[in-house]
Design a protein around this ligand. Structure first.
Ligand SMILES: NC(=O)c1ccc[n+]([C@@H]2O[C@H](COP(=O)([O-])OP(=O)(O)OC[C@H]3O[C@@H](n4cnc5c(N)ncnc54)[C@H](OP(=O)(O)O)[C@@H]3O)[C@@H](O)[C@H]2O)c1
Length: 285
């Protein structure tokens, strides 16, 4: 089975490369913007005609959440238009598409974990562009699955873990918001889950949405404290409210995802967020 990975130099894409040798029955085709710019519909169609992948896992995205507020066009081009290109090429060639979406499609006003049927109401340009991308996948009407995840980090690329480790070593104190609550997700766990569920997921007739994040609940403050504990960094972390750390893009205050559906359907276990943070930091150190 040939699996195309788009955006394969990013956090999630890179974790597929790490996991590949454990899945010798899959052949991976790794591409990033230089090999396959998914905003270019002709290139996407040409690529599918040439390599005929059985599966396309879309890890490509515009993920600069704050920059998107003033660069709406680029965010929509990658997260919406390009997702449509990939979704149509997959549908027309009969390939199964795995599309990754985000907790930022929700407005964060829930008081209990979001289920896949809860209404979306994105607050930011990034969230809106990702929601539009989901619609493109649905509209292409091929065989596909949409997986919404949250607070992604990995051993690759820039992320909150690396930022907290860097600043924690450089500074005596750090301020981190404590009133935004969600679940950090280790891209390594997500990539593994995708490869494990793939054979069964591909047999579904309808396009389904699933949630996947690590288990448990944390604030960014809790996340920062766990990072410093596991990385052996002694830096005082002050919990601050979001209003004291204004950013261009509005974030959901509560974005915990209910994962019952994916666990039940595919019979998978999901690691606890703190264990996965430790695993990632052990790799980094
Ligand atoms: N990061 C998070 O906290 C988070 C949370 C929830 C959901 N997600 C979703 O999870 C998925 C993976 O995120 P990630 O953190 O792994 O993203 P990432 O690290 O930013 O990686 C995205 C990759 O896509 C590439 N790319 C951008 N435009 C492209 C194009 N036109 N054609 C081909 N490749 C292109 C990027 O290249 P450049 O770096 O050169 O632009 C980058 O290598 C995304 O769908 C994201 O929306 C992320």
């Amino acid at each position: 089975m040939k699996i195309l990975i788009t955006g394969s130099n990013g956090q999630l894409g890179s974790e597929f490369k790490e996991l590949a040798e454990g899945y010798p029955h899959f052949e991976f085709l790794y591409t990033d913007v230089d090999e396959l710019n998914i905003t270019d519909e002709a290139s996407v169609n040409h690529y599918f005609a040439l390599y005929n992948p059985d599966v396309a896992i879309n890890c490509a995205a515009y993920t600069a959440v704050d920059k998107a507020e003033t660069d709406e066009e680029s965010a929509y081009l990658v997260n919406d238009v390009a997702t449509g290109n990939l979704a149509r090429a997959s549908a027309e060639s009969g390939a199964f598409m795995v599309h990754i979406s985000t907790d930022y499609v929700y407005d964060g006003r829930n008081f209990c974990p979001y289920t896949e049927t809860d209404a979306i109401n994105p607050l930011s340009v990034y969230g809106k562009s990702k929601a539009a991308g989901e619609t493109e996948v649905q509209r292409a009407d091929g065989k596909a699955v949409i997986i919404r995840t949250s607070w992604l980090y990995s051993a690759f690329g820039n992320n909150f873990i690396k930022t907290m480790m860097k600043y924690g070593k450089e500074r005596d104190t750090l301020n981190v918001v404590f009133d935004q609550v969600g679940t950090p997700t280790y891209a390594h766990d997500l990539a593994k889950a995708i490869l494990d569920i793939l054979p069964v997921a591909m047999t579904a007739d309808d396009i389904e949405i699933f949630h996947y994040s690590n288990e448990g609940v944390a604030s960014w403050y809790d996340f920062a404290k766990a990072i410093h504990l596991f990385a052996n960094i002694s830096c005082k972390v002050n919990p601050i409210p979001t209003r004291d750390y204004p950013l261009p893009a509005e974030r959901p205050f509560y974005s915990v995802l209910d994962k019952s559906k994916i666990k039940k359907k595919f019979n998978i276990d999901i690691p606890y967020w703190r264990n996965s943070v430790k695993h990632c930091i052990d790799r980094l150190m």
